[in-house]
Design a protein around this ligand. Structure first.
Ligand code: SF4
Length: 380
C-alpha cells in the first residue's frame, strides 16, 4: 500500500510500504481458542453456557490476567485470542464525554471491553493498555435492570440510544456468546423509548434475523476499501460480507447506518473509495453515513508497534499533524478525502443523512455541511 507520510505536497509525500514481514492472520483462524472466567467474580451458569455453546474449554482463574511482555503475534494471541468472562461491577450504562467537546454526550452500554478482531488502528490497544485481555461481562441481570432504569429516566429524546460499540465490537463474538440474541428481544419487549446501536465489522447476524426487535435496533456497519481491509483489519469479514449482512438485516426491518472510518490516504484511495460507495449502494440504502479520518491518539503508535512492528500506519502517523491529544491529516487532505466520498454518495442518494465523526467545525464549513442539524451515527 502506498500511504501518506511526512512531506508537504500531496504527491511528494507518498510512501511505498513493503508488504513483506507483515502479520499473517488468516480470517479462517478462530477468533477465540479458550474461554477464561474469574472464580467468584463471574456468573457460573452463564460462563458454562457460553463455553458449551462455543465448544471451547473453560478455564477458571483466580484473578484477571493483566499486561504481558510479549510482542507481535504472541501478544495479540494472549490478549485477543481468548475471551475472559466476568461480572461487571461498575455501571453498564454511562455517558460518553468527548475531552474537547467534539461529540455529543451519548450514552454507552459496555457489554465487552476490547475486541477479538485485530485491526491495526484500533484505539482500544491504548484504552485498555493495563487490562488488554478481551472481556465479556456476563451478569446480564444487572445490565437489564440498568436498561429499564434508563428507559424510565428523564432523558432528552436525542440521547435515547444506547451505543454498544464504543469499547468493543458488540457482534464480533455473537456466535460464541449469543449476547445480542438475548439483549435485542429484551429491549424490544421491556422498554418503551430505548433504542440500541450496534457498531460492528462482523457478519455474524444469522441468529438476529428472526428475533423480535420492534424497530428499536440500529445496526451500524463500519466499512472501508478492500486494501484497508486486507492490510489493516485482520480477522474481520470483508467489507462486502458486512454489506451482505447489512442487507439481510435491512430486509428484516432493522435500521441500517454505515460508517466509513478510518478514511486513509494512500496511492489509489480515490478510485478505491469511489468503488466502495458504489458497492454500498448495490447492497443497502443506509439511513445515515458517518465519515471519519484516521485520527490516532498521540500515544497509540507505541501500542501499534508492539503488536504490528511492520505496520504501514507507523509511517502514516509520522506524517500527521497535531490537534490536541490527536494526530490528523492536514486540513486540505481532509477536505479532499471527505469531499470525494461525499460527492460520490450524493450521486447515489442525495437525501442520505451525512456526518463527520469528531471533526473540526472548520472542516464541516469547508465542505458546506450544516453544523446545526447533527445526524451522526450515535444519535437519534
Ligand atoms: S473491530 Fe473495532 S474494536 Fe475491533 S479491533 Fe477493529 S477497530 Fe478495534
Amino acid at each position: 500500500m502506498v500511504v501518506r507520510g511526512q512531506g508537504h505536497s500531496m504527491n511528494s509525500c507518498l510512501l511505498q510500504i513493503s508488504n513483506s514481514n507483515r502479520i499473517h492472520a488468516p480470517n479462517s483462524d478462530p477468533l477465540v481458542t479458550e474461554i477464561r472466567a474469574i472464580l467468584g467474580k463471574c456468573d457460573d451458569f452463564r460462563a458454562e453456557k457460553i463455553a458449551k455453546r462455543a465448544h471451547l474449554p473453560l478455564k477458571w482463574l483466580d484473578e484477571a490476567p493483566s499486561m504481558n511482555g510479549e510482542k507481535g503475534m504472541e501478544k495479540l494471541k494472549h490478549e485477543r485470542g481468548v475471551l475472559l468472562l466476568k461480572n461487571r461491577t461498575s455501571p453498564f450504562i454511562e455517558q460518553f464525554q468527548h475531552p474537547i467537546g467534539r461529540c455529543a454526550k451519548f450514552y454507552k452500554l459496555t457489554a465487552y471491553n476490547n475486541c477479538n478482531f485485530w485491526c491495526e488502528y484500533c484505539y482500544l490497544y491504548l484504552t485498555f493498555r493495563t487490562m488488554p485481555v478481551s472481556t465479556h461481562f456476563v451478569n446480564y441481570e444487572k445490565m437489564f435492570r440498568e436498561i429499564v432504569n434508563f428507559d424510565r429516566a428523564n432523558i432528552p429524546d436525542a440521547l435515547r440510544i444506547l451505543n454498544l460499540g464504543e469499547l468493543c465490537d458488540p457482534l464480533a463474538l455473537e456466535d460464541i456468546t449469543g449476547f445480542a440474541e438475548e439483549l435485542i428481544p429484551f429491549v424490544a419487549n421491556e422498554t418503551r423509548k430505548t433504542r440500541l446501536l450496534f457498531l460492528t465489522k462482523s457478519d455474524t447476524i444469522r441468529s438476529l434475523l428472526n428475533v423480535n426487535h420492534d424497530n428499536k435496533i440500529i445496526m451500524s456497519f463500519s466499512v472501508n476499501t478492500n486494501i484497508i481491509h486486507q492490510q489493516l483489519e485482520h480477522r474481520t469479514p470483508s467489507p462486502e460480507a458486512r454489506l451482505v449482512a447489512a442487507k439481510k438485516l435491512q430486509e428484516c426491518g432493522y435500521e441500517i447506518r454505515l460508517r466509513i472510518d478510518p478514511v486513509i490516504w494512500y496511492s489509489t484511495w480515490e478510485k478505491d473509495y469511489l468503488e466502495l460507495v458504489q458497492k454500498i449502494f448495490s447492497y443497502v440504502n443506509p439511513a445515515r453515513i458517518t465519515i471519519g479520518e484516521y485520527r490516532p491518539s498521540k500515544g497509540l503508535a507505541t501500542h501499534i508497534s508492539s503488536r504490528f512492528p511492520e505496520s504501514s500506519l507507523l509511517k502514516v502517523t509520522s506524517g500527521l499533524i497535531s490537534d490536541g491529544t490527536k494526530l490528523r491529516y492536514p486540513e486540505e487532505y481532509r477536505i479532499s478525502l471527505f469531499s470525494t466520498i461525499i460527492n460520490a454518495i450524493k450521486k447515489y442518494d442525495s437525501n442520505v443523512k451525512l456526518a463527520l465523526c469528531k471533526e473540526d467545525v472548520k472542516i464541516w464549513k469547508g465542505l458546506g455541511m450544516p453544523i446545526n442539524s447533527l445526524y451522526c451515527n450515535c444519535l437519534e
